[in-house]
Write a protein that binds this ligand. Structure first.
Ligand code: NZQ
Ligand code: ZN
Length: 382
C-alpha cells in the first residue's frame, strides 16, 4: 500500500533529559504546564522541569484524571485563552498528553470543544505541544492521536491531527521508578495490543513493518518474563522505547489496521472505568478467537516468529492461547464481570455505546458489526 511517513517529534531519550526542554521550548513562549494527580511532585519530575523552565514564563494546570474528561480539559482551555498561553507542556502519561492535545486544539477553536471529538470540527491548527512522558504505554508522546471522555455522556472518543503531534518528547526512563506495578503492567499490555492492532490482520508482504512488529512483540515477551527483575535501568529503558515505537506511526505505514479491540475496549472504560490496557486484555483474546479464520495466516506467522512454535494444524488457535496466557502470566484478567447488572445488560450497554459512536463496522475488513461484537462479549464477559 502507498504511504507517506514522517514523525516530526524530536525525542530526547535518557537520564537527565528533562533539562532539554529549556532549549526545546521556543524562547519568549508563555507556557502552560499540564499534569495529573500529583505523581510528578513526588518523583522529582516537577523540580527538574521547574529548573529547566527558569527564564521561561509559565503557569500550571493540574488534576487531569486518568482517561481525561472534556469537563476537566475545558477548564485548561479557558486558562489558555484568558492568559494568552502559546505553548503547552504535557507532563504525565497518555491521559495528560491526550488531554493536552485536546486543549491545544480547542484553544484555536471558538465553538464547543466536543466538536473536535465528534468530527464536526476538523483540527487543522493547534498550539504547539511538548511532552515529558512519565508512563510508557500509549505512544501519545510522539503520535497525533488523543482520546478524551465526555463524562456526563459516558462517551470516550478519539481524534487525530498532525497539528497536535508533540514537537518534542522527553523519555527519561528514571521517571518510571515511582510507577506502581499495576501501571507498568498496563504499559506492557497496551504496547503489546498496539502492535497487534497493526500486525494481526492479514499478510502484506511488507517485510520491514511486519519484521519490526515481531521484534517489538518479542521485546515485550522478554520484559514480561523479566518483570520480577524490573528494577534496573535497561529494563525501564527497553520498555519505554518499545512502547514508543509501538505507536509512533512507523508500524502503521502501508499496512491494514484492525483497532476493533481498542474501539470495544474504550466502551468498557467509558461505562465502568476499566483501565485502558485492562479493557484490551478482556476483549482481544475473545475477538481473535471469533475472527480466527480471517486472521489465520497472520496468527500462524506470529506463532512461528514471535512465540517460536512449530507448524501445526492448530497453530493459529495455539497463538491466541499464548497471547491470553501472556496476559494471565502478568496477572491481567481476560474476563470481565460488570458491576450491578446482568451479563446481558452489560453487553447491551456496550453495543448501545458503540452504535452511538458509529462503531458498527470495525476491524480490518469492517466485519465486526454489533452482532459480531455481541458474540465476542458473550465470551469475554462472565
Ligand atoms: O495523574 P498522576 O498523578 O500523574 O498519576 C498517573 C495516573 O494515576 C500515574 N502515573 C503516571 N506516571 C507516573 C504515575 N505514577 C507514578 N509515577 C509515575 N512516573 O499513572 C496513572 C495512569 O496514568 P494514565 O496517563 O491514565 O495512563 P496511560 O499512559 O495508560 O494513558 C491512558 C490513556 O491514554 C489513552 C487511553 O484511552 C487512556 O485514556 N490512549 C491514548 C492513545 C494515543 N494517544 O495514541 C492510544 C492508546 O491506545 C490509548 O487509547
Ligand atoms: Zn491502547
Amino acid at each position: 500500500m502507498h504511504f507517506t511517513y514522517v514523525n516530526p517529534t524530536v525525542i530526547h531519550f535518557g537520564k537527565g533529559q528533562i533539562s532539554a526542554i529549556q532549549s526545546a521550548i521556543p524562547a519568549g513562549s508563555k507556557v502552560l504546564v499540564i499534569y495529573g494527580g500529583g505523581s510528578i511532585k513526588r518523583n522529582g519530575v516537577y523540580e527538574q522541569l521547574a529548573k529547566a523552565l527558569e527564564g521561561h514564563e509559565w503557569l500550571e494546570f493540574s488534576g487531569v484524571e486518568p482517561n481525561p474528561t472534556r469537563e476537566t480539559m475545558d477548564k485548561a482551555v479557558a486558562i489558555v485563552k484568558e492568559q494568552g498561553v502559546d505553548f503547552i507542556l504535557a507532563v504525565g502519561g497518555g491521559s495528560v498528553i491526550d488531554g493536552s492535545k485536546f486543549v491545544a486544539a480547542a484553544a484555536k477553536y471558538d465553538g464547543d470543544s466536543w466538536d473536535i471529538m465528534t468530527g464536526k470540527h476538523t483540527v487543522t491548527e493547534a498550539l504547539p505541544v511538548g511532552a515529558i512522558l512519565t508512563l510508557p504505554a500509549t505512544g501519545s508522546e510522539s503520535n497525533s492521536a488523543a482520546v478524551v471522555t465526555y463524562a456526563a455522556e459516558q462517551s470516550k472518543r478519539g481524534f487525530f491531527s498532525p497539528a497536535v503531534q508533540p514537537k518534542f518528547a522527553v523519555l527519561d526512563p528514571d521517571v518510571m521508578k515511582t510507577l506502581p506495578e499495576h501501571q507498568l503492567l498496563n504499559g506492557i499490555v497496551d504496547a503489546w495490543v498496539h502492535i497487534c492492532e497493526q500486525y494481526l490482520t492479514y499478510p502484506t508482504g511488507n517485510m520491514v513493518q511486519e519484521g519490526y512488529a515481531e521484534s517489538l512483540l518479542k521485546n515485550l515477551l522478554v520484559l514480561g518474563a523479566q518483570f520480577g527483575e524490573r528494577d534496573n535501568d535497561a529494563w525501564r529503558a527497553n520498555l519505554m522505547w518499545t512502547a514508543n515505537q509501538a505507536l509512533n506511526g512507523m508500524l502503521a505505514s502501508g499496512i491494514p489496521h484492525d483497532w476493533a479491540t481498542h474501539m470495544i475496549g474504550h466502551e468498557l472504560t467509558a461505562l465502568w472505568h476499566v483501565d485502558h490496557a485492562r479493557s484490551l486484555a478482556i476483549v482481544q483474546p475473545s475477538l481473535l478467537r471469533d475472527q480466527l479464520d480471517a486472521k489465520r495466516a497472520k496468527l500462524e506467522q506470529m506463532g512461528r516468529n514471535v512465540f517460536g512454535f512449530a507448524d501445526a494444524d492448530d497453530l493459529a488457535a495455539k497463538t491466541i492461547d499464548a497471547i491470553e496466557s501472556f496476559y494471565q502470566s502478568l496477572g491481567v484478567d481476560t474476563q470481565f464481570t460488570a458491576p450491578d447488572m446482568t451479563k446481558a445488560q452489560a453487553i447491551d450497554a456496550v453495543i448501545t455505546k458503540l452504535e452511538e459512536n458509529g462503531m458498527v463496522a470495525i476491524g480490518e475488513h469492517q466485519a465486526i458489526t454489533p452482532e459480531v461484537t455481541r458474540r465476542i462479549l458473550d465470551s469475554a464477559f462472565q
